[in-house]
Design a binder for this molecule. Structure first.
Ligand SMILES: *Cc1c(COP(=O)(O)O)cnc(C)c1O
Length: 399
């Protein structure tokens, strides 16, 4: 009989054989566009720090000042004694920023998603998720015990068909990313609202990659659609999720919505209740990020310029990109080993681009995931274009 450790080892070996084994690399520098990775200086195109706030001097200073004023740890969960002035202020500012009645801060996006879904749904309900939703949304839906349905990516006709075929359910919750984390495309929120409304459903959008990046003042996917005339409020998009780990340059997350939604989470959401509040100093840093996000439109404008130039370059090289106008640019290679090899070629040139493999993305769509930051310099950007030009021919499907 195999020992416990042998059992684990054979599953690990299997993962290595299928080229899916993952290894962490250690950064010896702050997150940024030039990082020291396992001792080597490389230009990074693979953080989610889209606006370049993770190491922004004002954000770092706010963290320092928060430490001086409020100490390192919150000391308890929010409901016991860990809810400090910075948390309270941050929630009010987020409610204003998102035009929602209230907002609630969570320790991570994963916990916010699992918490919201397991609090609002049970086996009397149905959850309908875009096939490419983030793992935390899929997990939350599965953990909730609700009937679980997936609809084809961005396909509101398929969603409508699935909603129409449902028998009586107490709640029908439609869930989608605002900006999809591996493809970079944007959810058709006005259409999702229309279809969901027609079938008396509820809508939840997780805008982890959209907040700060899309819309004037960084209002995210909602602002993006509102600028095109859509009418969106907390009665037709009941649950809005944002995270602090991407454009905010920190970590943590929030849920925004009606008074009743937020109070329900405070009372019943176990991943909110039974965990220590984030550091108050971190809440101070996040408040500063929020101010920068709202005022620095140049960061979004500069990103837009990098994105369109990169896409044009990939077209010229005959590479397959996903339809994305966001800083997430996926270059699909398909074959897993070839994708890993491409990432290694780039690394040899000092360019850090991650290879994304199944099961994170569907089988056969392994890809390079290039992400842009508002802090990428022209020189760094040109280097990326040059190394793509040098190697793209060897990434083809048949070679
Ligand atoms: C990153 C991400 C999360 C998880 O957020 P964390 O704060 O990192 O746990 C949730 N949803 C989406 C769409 C994400 O991209």
């Amino acid at each position: 009989m195999k020992s416990f450790r042998q059992e684990l080892q054979s599953a690990l070996d299997e993962r290595k054989r299928s080229a899916l084994f993952r290894q962490r690399r250690t950064l010896f520098s702050p997150q940024g566009t030039e990082v020291i990775l396992d001792g080597e200086h490389v230009t990074s195109f693979c953080s989610n720090d889209y606006l370049g706030l993770a190491d922004h001097p004002d954000v770092v200073t706010a963290f320092h000042e928060g430490l001086d004023k409020f100490g390192a740890g919150s000391g308890a969960s929010h409901l016991v004694s860990g809810h400090l002035v910075p948390h309270e202020a941050l929630e009010q500012e987020l409610a204003e920023f998102t035009y929602r009645s209230r907002a609630l801060v969570f320790s991570s996006g994963y916990m916010a998603n699992v918490g919201v879904l397991t609090t609002l749904l049970n086996n009397n309900d149905v959850v309908l998720e875009d096939r490419l939703n983030h793992a935390s949304l899929l997990d939350g839906g599965l953990f909730s015990g609700a009937r679980f349905k997936r609809f084809a990516h961005l396909d509101t006709a398929d969603l409508e068909k699935k909603l129409s075929s449902l028998q009586d359910a107490r709640r029908k919750l439609v869930v989608a990313d605002g900006v999809f984390s591996m493809d970079g495309d944007i959810a058709p929120v006005p259409e999702l609202i229309r279809v969901t409304n027609e079938h008396d459903g509820l809508l939840m959008i997780d805008d982890a990659h959209g907040i700060g990046v899309l819309g004037r003042n960084g209002g995210g996917t909602i602002a993006h659609w509102q600028e095109q005339g859509a009418h969106i409020d907390e009665d037709n998009l009941q649950i809005l999720i944002g995270t602090f780990g991407k454009s905010f340059g920190a970590s943590g997350a929030f849920v925004a919505g009606s008074e009743e939604l937020i109070e329900t989470l405070i009372q019943f959401c176990r991943p909110y209740i039974y965990t220590t509040a984030i550091s108050p100093a971190q809440a101070e840093a996040i408040r500063t990020s929020l101010k920068i996000i709202q005022k620095d439109n140049w960061r979004r404008q500069y990103l837009a310029q990098l994105i369109s130039r990169f896409r044009a370059h990939c077209d010229d090289l005959g590479l397959t990109t996903m339809a994305s106008s966001t800083p997430i640019q996926a270059v699909v290679i398909g074959d897993v080993s070839k994708t890993v090899q491409a990432s290694e070629q780039l690394m040899q040139e000092g360019v850090f681009v991650s290879a994304i493999r199944p099961p994170t993305v569907p089988a056969g769509t392994a890809r390079l995931r290039v992400t842009f930051s508002a802090l990428h310099t022209e020189t760094q950007f040109q280097k990326l274009l040059d190394v793509f030009e040098k190697y793209a021919h060897s990434w083809g499907k048949e070679s």
